[in-house]
Design a binder for this molecule. Sequence first.
Ligand code: RIB
Length: 295
Amino acid sequence: MAIWNLGSINIDHVYRLTRLPAPGETVTATGLSLGLGGKGANQSVAAARAGAQVHHVGAMGTGDDWVIARMIRAGIDCANVARLADHATGHALILVDDAAENAIVVHPGANRALSRHAVETALAGIGPADTLLIQNETSLQAEAAGQARAAGARVICSAAPFDVAALRDVMPHVSILALNEPEAAALEQALGTAPPVPAMLVTRGARGAEYRDLGTGRVTRQPAFAVQAVDTTGAGDCFAGWFAAALDAGLAVPQALREAAAAAAIQVTRAGAGDAMPDRAEVAAFLSARPQPRT
Ligand code: RIB
C-alpha cells in the first residue's frame, strides 16, 4: 500500500489583505510570507502526515532547495521529483483577506514540463494495492492515470483548477473524482449526465463533504467541524490527501471522511497551505474532543 502523487510543487507567495481588491483597484498588503504549496505537494504532505507512504512524482527548478527539503522532512519520497535547469519552480500568488477568503494565480513553470518518459518510469512500481493522486496543475495526468489503472491501482483525481476538457481526458481512468460542489454541478451540466466515474468526493465548504458511490447511488455525508478559519488555502488538498491516506490504510469511507474533515478543520486555523497540514496526533486529539456532528 502506497500513495503515488503526480502533483504540482509551488512556492506560495501569500499576501494578507483586509479585503480582496476589486478589478482595477490597488490595495496594500498587511503581510507577505512564502510557503510550500501546489495542490500536489499539499496533498502529498497531508497524506504523509496521515501516515501513508507517499511517492511524489513531479518537477521543479534547480534552485529552491528549501522546497524539496520541506517535502522530504514531511516524510515524502521525492526521488522522482525532477530538477529542471531550464524551468522555474512553479509559484502561486495568493491573496488572503481578513475573512480567510482567497484568490489565487498560479504560474505552472516546471510543473508542466515533466517528460512522459519520466512519469512512466516513476510509476513503473505502482501496483494494485496502491493509489495514484492527480490534480490539474501538471501535464500527463491522463497518461499517468491510464498507467495506474492498468496496474490495478485506485486513481483519485482532484478536478482543480477546474477544466472540463482536461477532465474528459482523465475520467475514463478515474476511480474517485474529487471536486467542490459548484464544480460538480458545472461538470454535470457540461456532460448532461453524471460523470462516468465510479465515485465522487464532493467538498461543500462549511457544509462539509459527501462521498457519492455512483454505482450503488449511496451517498455518505460528513458535516464540517466548526472552527475559526484564518486561511482556507489548501483545505481541499488537505481533505483529499488525508482521505486518500485513510482509504489506503483500509478505513471505511465514513471514517475516512470524518478524519479528513478533522484534518481540514485544523488546517484552516493556520496560515499557509502545505506547511499548515496537521499530523495524526493532532487529528486524533481533535476528534477525541468532538462527538460526531449530526448529519
Ligand atoms: O489549493 C491551494 C494551492 O493552489 C496553493 O498552495 C497554490 O500553490 C495553488 O496550487
